[in-house]
Design a protein. Structure first.
Length: 184
């Protein structure tokens, strides 16, 4: 039984096929997993089971990757037909939001943006948390905040590493005066 927010395993499969078809280039399993997990609509176990079922059914094909021993995956013609024609109860806005998040993630990965976050204890018992993003050796994002507990700093660090592209987008939107970015 599926435990994902989007419901049945059928929905999970449609979700995965939709993203893969719209990204439209081969992805390795780890990257595919990362883009599926960007919006928390699909649980990892549901994705893993569905992925293997789609492979067995010929909906997803393994192709040779650029690196040795690095298989890549694409949607087959059969998978494209299934993705387009199967009815699901996934709201279109969820698919659109998920595709947008996946493309942002892939853009950061392709551009080679590196995220780094450091926590340092202050003399007063509080903690500095400094987050940076570098692209090709150039600093493109930096912020430093002070928090009251180590656990809060660690949660912030985990969130920063989990979605650096979202934090970057949110910061730019807020600084530009677009307070409605959370609704996008």
């Amino acid at each position: 039984m599926a435990s994902s927010a989007i419901g049945s395993k059928r929905n999970v499969k449609i979700f995965v096929l939709y993203l893969m078809e719209n990204i439209n280039y081969p992805l390795d399993y780890a990257t595919l997993n990362d883009i599926i997990m960007q919006t928390d609509y699909v649980m990892y176990l549901d994705f893993a089971e569905s992925f293997h079922e789609m492979m067995d059914a010929g909906l997803i094909l393994e192709v040779e990757g650029e690196e040795e021993n690095q298989p890549m995956y694409i949607v087959s013609e059969k998978g494209k037909i299934v993705a387009r024609e199967l009815n699901s109860d996934i709201i279109t806005s969820i698919l659109d939001k998920s595709l947008s998040a996946a493309l942002r993630y892939l853009d950061f990965k392709k551009r080679g943006v590196e995220a780094k976050c450091i926590i340092e204890k202050r003399d007063d018992g509080r903690y500095d948390i400094e987050c940076k993003m570098m692209e090709k050796g150039e600093l493109i994002y930096s912020t430093k905040v002070v928090v009251d507990t180590l656990s809060r700093a660690e949660r912030m660090k985990e969130n920063f590493y989990g979605r650096p592209e979202g934090i970057y987008k949110a910061t730019l939107a807020l600084l530009a005066g677009n307070v409605n970015f959370l609704l996008d």
